[in-house]
Ligand binder design. Structure first.
Ligand code: MG
Length: 245
C-alpha cells in the first residue's frame, strides 16, 4: 500500500514537472522567420527549375571540355549529345560539390553487343564516383555494374529501366564526402538515385571511388567537375542540368 502511494506521488511530481517544462515554451519560441528561402520556379515535365545550371540544352557544349584536353568531340545532333567512341570522356568546366543532377539518356540499338558493352556510359560525379549508364533491357551482367548501380559497389534495389531505344531519366541527389585538414575522411559520400521516378539507391553510403579493378578508396578532394564516360558505344544524352546544394 505504502509502495503504491509512493509511486502515485512520484508520478504526480514528474507529470507536474513535465507540464511546467512545456509551459516554458510559447508556440512562437520554436518558430523562426529568417533567412527566408529564395523563390525557385519549378520546371515541369523534366524541365529545369529556375536556379538550375543548364549543362546541356540540346545545342551548346560551352559548359564542357574533353577530358583529353581541347573541345568536346562528341556529336550534337537532333538536340542530343551523342558519345563519339574513342573521343574520350567529357567533363564540365564548372566544379561541383553537393548537388542535384538531372540527366536523360538513351541506349543505342543493341546490335550484337551484350553485357557491359551494350549502351555503356557513366556519370562520374566529382569525376570519380560512377553511377552506371547501361542498357538494362534484358541485358545480363554483374548486378553491381548494371544500370542504376554505383559501379562495382552497390546494385540498384530494382531495375527501373524501361526498354532499349526509350529515353531513361536519372535524378541524382549527392552529398559529397568531407575531408579533414590532414586529408582524412570526415564523412563519406551519400547518394540517392532515382531512375524513371523509382528510387534505386536510397541514401547509399559510398565506400570510396568506383574503380574497374580493385577496391574502392577515398582520396581527399574538393569540388570537382562532373564527367560523362566514353565507353565505346553511342549513348545519347539530353536535358542535363544541375543545382548546387
Ligand atoms: Mg560505365
Amino acid at each position: 500500500m505504502e509502495k503504491t502511494i509512493l509511486v502515485i506521488v512520484i508520478s504526480l511530481i514528474l507529470s507536474n514537472a513535465y507540464s511546467q517544462h512545456d509551459q516554458q515554451w510559447a508556440p512562437e519560441s520554436t518558430e523562426w522567420y529568417y533567412p527566408v528561402p529564395k523563390v525557385v520556379v519549378p520546371g515541369s515535365g523534366g524541365q529545369p527549375p529556375s536556379d538550375a545550371i543548364i549543362l546541356f540544352d540540346g545545342t551548346s557544349l560551352s559548359n564542357w571540355r574533353s577530358a583529353n584536353g581541347g573541345p568536346v568531340q562528341w556529336t550534337v545532333k537532333d538536340s542530343e549529345l551523342v558519345v563519339k567512341p574513342g573521343a574520350g570522356n567529357i567533363v564540365t568546366r564548372d566544379f561541383f560539390g553537393d548537388c542535384q543532377l538531372h540527366l536523360e539518356f538513351r541506349s543505342p540499338a543493341p546490335e550484337q553487343f551484350v553485357g557491359q558493352d551494350r549502351g555503356n556510359s557513366g556519370i562520374f560525379i566529382q569525376s570519380r564516383y560512377e553511377v552506371q549508364v547501361l542498357d538494362g533491357d534484358s541485358n545480363s551482367t554483374y548486378v553491381n555494374g548494371m544500370v542504376g548501380s554505383i559501379y562495382k559497389q552497390n546494385a540498384p534495389s530494382v531495375n527501373a529501366y524501361t526498354q532499349n531505344g526509350a529515353w531513361q531519366v536519372y535524378d541524382i541527389y549527392w552529398k559529397a564526402p568531407r575531408f579533414g585538414s590532414n586529408d582524412e575522411l570526415k564523412s563519406p559520400a551519400i547518394i540517392t538515385v532515382v531512375l524513371n521516378g523509382v528510387v534505386v539507391q536510397n541514401n547509399y553510403v559510398l565506400e570510396g571511388n568506383t574503380p574497374y579493378v580493385g577496391l574502392p578508396k577515398y582520396e581527399a578532394h574538393g569540388r570537382m567537375p562532373l564527367a560523362l564516360q566514353d565507353h565505346g558505344t553511342r549513348v545519347s544524352f539530353r536535358n542535363i542540368w544541375i543545382r548546387n546544394l
